[in-house]
Design a protein. Sequence first.
Length: 117
Amino acid sequence: QVQLVESGGGLVQPGGSLRLSCAASGSGLTAITRMAWHRQAPGMQRELVADITSGGSTNYADSVKGRFTISSDKAKNTVHLQMSNLKPEDTAVYYCNVRRGFRDYYWGQGTQVTVSS
């Protein structure tokens, strides 16, 4: 099993920045092949925000390109999401997701991000 703990959410004004972090613990961490952030706004489906593979390749949703940056620290089994120029439409619960191998997926409990003046 893999446990994920997210941190860094909160309330921020439009145009502001936040940095989310997710720490993985448990077994088989060296087999992690992908780490990602998803988000879910009220009444909406959960969507992929960004992901990063064990090889360092990154992928972003069009809505966050140029504003968000995903990074990972393999030694610490952590993944971060630096969010800049935040907009009200970025308001959502953000979830960390990890893929171990190619079939095992794990989710964090989520952290709330609210962008409002």
